[in-house]
Design a protein around this ligand. Structure first.
Ligand SMILES: [Mg+2]
Length: 309
């Protein structure tokens, strides 16, 4: 496990080094990058589009900005990451749908294996409550990697047949990142906490077994004090609904899945989908936000112990 991450980090560091090594100043050799701070994810493409999200029948508008090919900042309230595998899969099905004669019915049904992130899928390596750096994490249960619980579920789901519809199993992570400041103005330097989160999520997506599973990650973030004072960024209501147990991240997922294949609604097989989280309102739990979130969106709920052990 540690070796895997070390390899991964070394890989990233090498990529960064080769990009910068073309600068024609041979005399002073810079120390090779040994940290992951300069991974390509920090490149802003500055493409932005107006989007609307509907939560509890109310529409909220926000400006969506492309952070990289895999990450979109949805607004100050949150962001979305998608794995390469997910992007490829959606592209294939979108083409299939557009080429189909009957466009009234969805051709695909998504089965969702969804998870909280911290203390459900991962925990810190350092033992601190909050990670000290973007690589201060490890999978919490050996079952996630060694026994291939996730890939096993995906294989089983793929084998399910549902009349003419194609079953697409995907993995989704819903994570509250209340400590991460997400600035409204993209010209302003991004906060350290946001850069750290972006790098960490990219590392998680690139690691096994997630790299072998079509995955989406939704993270809720906070507005900076300055943006609040200036009255810019996503509205407060959107911020609070995007935080679990609010249903905002799930509503955004539904819209994104519809977008992907060109149909609106009814795409998630709720019966066969589920959500796993550690905030289940047990004596030792800090909250019941994961359990409430599953109830609010109508997904079956498991604690990590029930699901992984
Ligand atoms: Mg948690």
């Amino acid at each position: 496990m540690t070796n895997d991450i070390t390899k991964l980090l070394k890989g990233k560091a090498t990529t960064t080094k080769s990009k910068t090594s073309k600068v024609t100043k041979p005399s002073r050799k810079k120390k090779p990058a040994t940290t992951i701070k300069e991974t390509p994810i920090t490149t802003t493409l500055n493409k932005s589009t107006k989007k609307t999200v509907i939560i509890n029948d109310k529409a909220f508008e926000f400006e969506e900005k492309m952070q990289s090919s895999t990450c979109k900042i949805l607004g100050t309230h949150g962001l979305r990451f998608q794995s390469k595998l997910y992007s490829e899969m959606v592209k294939t099905h979108k083409e299939k749908f557009l080429n189909s004669d009957d466009t009234s019915e969805p051709l695909v049904k998504f089965q969702i294996a969804s998870f909280d992130l911290d203390d459900t899928l991962i925990q810190t390596k350092s033992g601190f409550k909050f990670g000290k750096s973007a690589d201060d994490w490890k999978f919490k249960y050996p079952e996630i990697q060694e026994k291939g619980k996730l890939t096993e579920w995906i294989t089983q789901a793929k084998d399910c047949k549902d009349e003419e519809k194609t079953i697409i199993p995907i993995m989704v992570i819903f994570t509250n990142q209340g400590g991460v400041t997400n600035n409204h103005d993209s010209n302003e330097p991004k906060s350290k906490s946001l850069l750290k989160l972006l790098t960490k999520l990219q590392l998680i997506l690139d690691s096994s077994p997630l790299a072998e599973v079509p995955t989406l990650i939704y993270a809720s973030t906070k507005k900076s004090k300055k943006d609040s004072q200036n009255g810019v960024g996503s509205v407060d209501e959107l911020h609070s609904s995007f935080r679990k147990p609010g249903i905002g991240m799930f509503e955004q997922l539904k819209r994104d899945l519809s977008d992907g294949v060109g149909i609106d609604g009814g795409l998630i097989d709720m019966e066969k989908s589920f959500y796993v989280g550690d905030a289940a309102g047990r004596k030792s739990d800090f909250s019941d936000s994961d359990k409430k979130f599953a109830e609010n969106v109508g997904l079956k709920f498991y604690t990590p112990e029930e699901f992984f052990v």
